[in-house]
Design a protein around this ligand. Sequence first.
Ligand SMILES: Nc1nc2c(ncn2[C@@H]2O[C@H](COP(=O)(O)OP(=O)(O)OP(=O)(O)O)[C@@H](O)[C@H]2O)c(=O)[nH]1
Ligand SMILES: [Mg+2]
Length: 197
Amino acid sequence: MQYHEAKLLATAADKTQWPKSELPEIIFAGRSNAGKSTLINGLVNRKNLAYSGKTPGKTRLLNFFIVDNKIVFTDAPGYGYATSDAKSALAFEKLIDPYFRERKQLKGMILVADIRRVPSEDDITMADFARKSHLAIIVACTKADKVSKNAANNSMKKIADTLGLSPRLLVPVASLKKEGMDQLWEKIDQLAAQSQK
Ligand SMILES: Nc1nc2c(ncn2[C@@H]2O[C@H](COP(=O)(O)OP(=O)(O)OP(=O)(O)O)[C@@H](O)[C@H]2O)c(=O)[nH]1
Ligand SMILES: [Mg+2]
């Protein structure tokens, strides 16, 4: 795996705290506990750059990481955990809506989905949103180390189908074992190159 230089640029509760940067940005979106933060750590080969953990709801704010001085990864809180909790759903929206609406640098989305689960309504909404906003989308199917190759292939077909996306946009990953990182980087580099045009 290639070396990648990464550091935290900013942690933002609202737009006044968004970093001043012109670099293309990619948001890591997905259900709570899907493995967004662990994936960021895996991609840059660091253990604890992004805060991750066993209990859902680890990431609370938007965390911006600058990588290789050429791209910014935005780690976001997950959705769908305790959906009955209207207060946290509202907090999520307040944090994410302005970012989606106003962040000009935002060029792409990595939709992070547990390979063992059928995408939720919220996942479908996210994929639809990316399509409508002309954001490039990549689906990282996490925790592939927990299933057989065969099961992984079947799940990925189902995930692509449910999200209405081409299977080519999906990449299986095992972030803790650093599997699939090169394949995902290849897609990220393509995305970054496109957004430069
Ligand atoms: N086996 C395995 N475990 C993983 C993988 N990715 C993440 N995990 C585990 O899943 C749990 C959740 O990971 P996080 O990265 O914190 O998930 P998140 O999506 O950032 O969660 P929130 O910030 O709460 O929304 C942690 O215990 C991780 O170690 C993976 O590819 N394989
Ligand atoms: Mg997280």
